[in-house]
Design a protein around this ligand. Sequence first.
Ligand SMILES: [Zn+2]
Length: 537
Amino acid sequence: MPKAAREPKKKNKKSKEPPKPEAAPDHRQLGIEQELFTTSIYSPGSTIFLPNGARIFNKLTDFLRTQYDHFGFQEVITPTIYKKSLWEKSGHWENYAEDMYSVTGRGASGEKEGRQVGEDEEYGLKPMNCPGHCLIFASKQRSYRDLPIRFADFSPLHRNEISGALSGLTRVRRFHQDDGHIFCRPSQIREEISKTLEFVRLTYGVLGLGPYRLALSTRPKDHYIGTVEDWDNAETALKDSLDTSQQPWTLNEGDGAFYGPKIDIILKDSDGKEHQTATIQLDFQLPKRFELEYQAPAPEIEKKGLTTEDPELLSVQGPVTPVLIHRAVLGSVERIMALLIEHHNGRWPFWLNPRQVKILAVNDSPEVLAFVQKTVEELQGYEPLATTGAGRGLGALGAGLVRGGRLAIDVDVTPRNLNKKLLEAKLQRYGVLVVVGKQNVQSGRLTVDFSAIPDYRYDIRESKMLNNILKAYQEYKQTRDSQFSGWGENWAPDEDDLPIQLDDTPPRRLDWEEVKAFPISARTLRRVLNGLQTSFV
Ligand SMILES: [Zn+2]
């Protein structure tokens, strides 16, 4: 018996290995197959994200927004066009104009030379967010106590790439960066770089991309601004941060930008091809061009990134130029999407899957259709009208609102053969399939197939999902036992959804067949799916 019981388990193990790539996946082809994005001759190089692509894009940016709270970034929303005089101030007009789009409009024809700022100026479509963030920093008095200040921005950026170079999501004219600018004291460089490297490590871990290597580029031989001392201090800080990151890094001597040293994150894809994605750049130049400053005691010491206890020196306050760190973790969201599309080759982890759940109706009888609709509402987290515990929150108004984790749910109620519909949904790589028939209407339970969730990174089927069910059960018990008895029936999982006794130690592990065959209520399924969604699996 034990031997026979072990047999299918082995089989399961085998299927858990990462799928072997057939042909080298191409994100442009997969983008068409999965209906992620398209392009148009009317705007070459600007991606048109279709609903499925927009879902992935938003999942990535939402993921970063959540991390921003933790890493102390504040999101800002900034203009797309700025006057030429701003780009002159930032140096872009001098060094980058070739790659920029010029914009003219009413009262901004650019024809009248020598007019005041604001009267008749040409505009430039922004290729970078840095100048806009400098304007925000300069918009009020800053003290050393306010620093570091970290701004994040997902604005679309435009760069006028030559049309022959345009391709898919990797060579584009319009793209989005997960852009961030940190304004800090010279003494804070080390810590900010370390935090950024940690942010990079966590993000790439979640995305399952890598390995990557870190490359430090240092002061160019001739063409650079700032003092050698500034550079040496900054480079030492970067090297220290790289060493403490305990990740391998290499040195590109003399390869830094003229305005400061930088760390590039170079990612290796499944074909061994290298892509520069994330970047961390120190900048001594831009804060000076924008005359940015903050007030600090002992400004001469502060400028060197040092501190003093000398009361006489500390009694003098003065202006100090902040250090600017440009940093992007994903780099271009479009390029990361291209890498992810090829990396997953259609088998998305549940949280990123633009096709998370498909509900298939066995027939189109009114009862089944009504149950399908009810199931969608329950999975999305529409709360039923509260009949008890009235007066809570939005009350009746809140009944139509969604509180769940924004699941991507599609429905197939076409009057076709169920097997055909199932096959199609599997080919479309839906993560979870829910079949609704007469039996389900009667029992109020769902027959769920989780088998399409790729589980080669985590052992979802046997532990993660069960843990979520167990968690749901525990929460249910706690709530039921607490005073809010009015809530219970509406949202908690039914007790007999859970075949495991909480007192079982250790809980009995269900095998996959048992789990799959186990009909669960929509509310329990919602908890499981929200659990998968926020565990980034
Ligand atoms: Zn920047």
